[in-house]
Write a protein that binds this ligand. Structure first.
Ligand SMILES: *Cc1c(COP(=O)(O)O)cnc(C)c1O
Length: 392
């Protein structure tokens, strides 16, 4: 099997799994308990909080563990909107956000808030002049993702953060695809709220955190016990939290090396596909993109058919986000960068990990070449296209 869907989820690394193990059957105490048996679990949660914070230049007490990226996004956006409602009810986000953010804003629109959805350019980068023009006196929140999960484009966070700060507006970023993969610093980027998920960087599923800058007023999302400074109730998921912290520490230690390795392999993949497969295009910014992301469109090809035939060769890939597959709608991200429906349908996302080898990329490129050729041979549209070209 060749696994090239690391944007959907990653393998839990062996070190992470080993670090989690003791907290299931041995050190299973509730970390909030008073007796000394709980001491080891409580210490492990503290250590994971420190590790999670260190990667983004945050303080440990600014990390609030949640059940993952979707929860962190829901909490940040809803609670930030609510906390500032007396000041204003205008919110800003982008058209290419993950559905955990987009659907939360749609919910808020039904509950009295007004939302501006910023357009993006043909590479998927938020237009800063549009952002500046959208800011009003009653704007209270800007939410723009750090890096896009489909096309990998990295957003100009520093410029967005500076605009937010200048205007006294909270800045939230969904950093689920970026955290652990590229350097992020909450102070340098003026980030107030940041969503992170463990399973996108070799941690376990069902755990994540919301970074909340010290001094930012934000209500609780899960009401109940006093865990997480009474802002996120529920008994701590000790094994998950330890796994997240360990994955963060490993990512910190290996980031430079991983970025170099993945970027080289990604660029090799992009070069081969664009050179060897006619009528193919790269989606997303050529340079300002995640080191592990490549996203292509192949004209006259259905993304679904491509995925099924790749699967028959043992290759796991995606045609966009895991959330849109299964539906017939083309990706909202590909439409937002200006692709017409028929081209957006023929997309393929390949997301690497530091474990991906050049041999795997070679096998994958050959497979795509063969499949695209076969599918085009059966396409009446392609036949017409070739005929028209000959006549020219
Ligand atoms: C995966 C993902 C999420 C959702 O995270 P979960 O932990 O799976 O809930 C949110 N935003 C982005 C950009 C993602 O890639």
């Amino acid at each position: 099997m060749i696994y090239l869907d690391n944007a959907a989820t990653t393998r839990v690394s062996a070190e992470v799994f080993e670090a989690m193990k003791p907290y299931f059957c041995e050190q299973y105490a509730n970390p909030s308990a008073i007796y000394s048996f709980a001491g080891s679990a409580a210490k492990a949660v503290d250590e994971a909080r420190r590790q999670s914070a260190a990667l983004i230049g945050a303080q440990p007490n600014e990390i609030y563990f949640t059940a993952g990226g979707s929860e962190s996004d829901n909490w940040a956006v809803k609670a930030a909107a609510e906390a500032s409602a007396a000041k204003g009810k205008h919110l800003i986000t982008s058209v290419i956000e993950h559905h955990a953010v987009l659907h939360t804003f749609e919910y808020l629109e039904k509950h009295g808030f007004e939302v501006t959805y910023l357009p993006v350019d043909e590479d998927g980068i938020v237009k800063l002049d549009a952002l500046e023009a959208a800011i009003r006196k009653d704007t209270t929140l800007i939410s723009v993702m750090a890096a896009n999960n489909e096309i990998g484009t990295i957003q100009p966070l520093k410029e967005i953060g500076a605009l937010a700060k200048k205007n006294g507006i909270l800045f939230h970023t969904d950093a689920v695809q970026a955290y652990g993969h590229i350097p992020l610093d909450v102070d340098a980027l003026n980030i107030d709220l940041m969503s992170v998920s463990g399973h996108k960087f070799h941690g376990p599923k069902g755990i994540g955190f919301l970074y909340i800058r010290k001094g930012v007023r934000l209500g609780a999302f899960i009401h109940g016990g006093a865990q997480e400074r009474a802002r996120r109730a529920g008994t701590h998921n000790t094994p998950g939290i330890v796994g997240l912290g360990t994955a963060a520490a490993l990512a910190a230690a290996q980031m430079k090396e991983n970025i170099e390795k993945e970027t080289k392999l990604r660029d090799y993949l992009i070069k081969r596909v664009l050179e060897e497969i006619p009528y193919s295009r790269l989606n997303g910014h050529r340079v300002n993109r995640l080191p592990n992301n490549a996203n292509f469109c192949f004209r006259f090809i259905e993304g679904e058919s491509l995925l099924i035939l790749l699967d028959q060769k043992g290759i796991c890939a995606s045609s966009g986000s895991a959330c849109t597959s299964g539906s017939l709608d083309p990706s909202h991200v590909l439409l937002a960068i200006g692709l017409p429906h028929e081209i957006a349908h023929g997309s393929l996302r390949l997301t690497l990990s530091e474990e991906t080898t050049q041999e795997e990329i070679d096998v994958t490129v050959e497979a795509i070449k063969n499949i695209v050729e076969r599918l085009r041979a059966m396409s009446p549209l392609y036949e017409d296209f070739v005929k028209a070209q000959k006549q020219d």
